[in-house]
Design a protein around this ligand. Structure first.
Ligand SMILES: O=C(O)CCC(=O)C(=O)O
Ligand SMILES: [Fe+2]
Length: 342
């Protein structure tokens, strides 16, 4: 991360006049790093008293990293997050649950030697969290950063013609739930009752089709570019890198293609009208992400708070035992952030 402390928003510091300011430091602009090396401040209590200031700062920076606050358990993490956002989202089907809490998840259990590419959480769904928090209980021994992308900057780096095309066409996520591969539909929808899945899909604006052997195909048209509901700024907001088959390792892609064909490929993404997204477009999006991305090494007890529309995230490959917990809140509807809806 480059050091940009001169341009840091200092409002967050002025919010706690009574605290010992010498123990606090602010660095960087993305993420804004709020670090503390004293013992008096309980981050949960401080965050509760300064909630408005945190919210405002998040809208400016897109990402805040809280470091040095003695966070060592799921309940420490939950207390901090709940003090900022009392209504956490507890119905997420894509992340594993943990025993200690109904509202805190384990981060995506993807193989450690692979990267999780850049995405805005749930941007392919009907409803998504505007805020997402990650807490590091145990950093990896090597690698394992959570890279973040400045989505306002990534939008500006995409050429105007492509911006207009993505806004007009949107994108279509196709998911084939195949028994024994990836998350099953039963796990994802938290039911074994097909009629409940169908009800959910109708309510969530998802087309569904049951196939042979209890398989299910879902299709959903969502934004690739969206308008932030509070700042009104355009941002990239999608999961193209997670869903498009081009991002799979070529061996895996070829073997899945030979088993299932493109029609029953486990996940893929097209333009909203079902036409393929060109390789040159994927390359331009990759380039925009590369140029607006940063990452930092996790330290034990770190909490990273993201505005999920202003900052996208991924995960670098790692070695060792890594424990990252996740919380989500401030749910919004996809239809309300479409450029045409504002
Ligand atoms: O493990 C991480 O750092 C983040 C993985 C991820 O994208 C998630 O769990 O939402
Ligand atoms: Fe994620």
């Amino acid at each position: 991360m480059s050091n940009n402390s001169a341009t840091v928003n200092l409002e967050i510091l002025s919010a706690f006049k009574s605290a010992n300011k010498n123990s606090w430091r602010l660095e960087q602009i993305f993420p804004l790093v709020v670090s503390y090396d004293g013992n008096e401040i309980d981050l949960a209590i401080w965050a509760k008293n300064n909630r408005k200031s945190i919210e405002k700062t998040l809208l400016k920076h897109g990402a805040i990293l809280f470091r040095g606050f003695n966070i060592s358990s799921v309940s420490d993490f939950e207390n901090v997050v709940v003090s900022i956002c009392p209504n956490l989202f507890s119905e997420y089907g894509d992340l594993p649950r943990i025993a200690e809490s109904r509202k805190i998840y384990q981060s995506t259990p993807y193989p450690a030697d692979r990267a999780i590419l850049i995405h805005n959480e749930s941007s392919h769904l009907y409803c998504f969290p505007l805020n997402i928090w990650f807490c590091c209980l145990q950093p990896a021994s090597q690698g394992g950063a959570t890279p973040i992308v400045d989505c306002r900057k990534a939008y500006r780096l995409i050429n105007k013609k492509l911006q207009a095309r993505l806004i007009e066409k949107k994108i279509m996520y196709v998911r084939n739930f195949i028994q024994g591969l990836d998350v099953s539909w039963q796990t994802f929808f938290q039911t074994t009752d097909k009629s409940m899945v169908e009800d959910y899909c109708r309510r969530a604006d998802i087309d569904f089709e049951w196939g042979k052997q209890n398989n299910l195909t879902t299709r959903q048209v969502r934004p690739a570019i969206a308008i932030h509901p509070i700042t009104n700024e355009p941002v990239v907001f999608n999961q193209i890198q997670l869903y498009h088959m081009a991002y799979l390792e070529s061996e895996i892609k070829e073997s899945l293609l030979s088993i299932f064909g493109e029609d029953r490929f486990p996940r893929n993404v097209y333009y909203g009208d079902g036409t393929p997204i060109e390789d040159s477009v994927l390359e331009e999006i990759n380039q925009a992400y590369r140029e607006s991305q940063t990452s930092f090494p996790w330290e034990k007890g770190d909490i990273l708070m993201l505005d999920n529309m202003l900052a996208a995230h991924g995960r670098s490959p790692y070695v060792g035992k890594r424990q990252i917990r996740v919380a989500m809140g401030e749910m919004r509807y996809s239809k309300d952030i479409l450029p045409s809806a504002v």
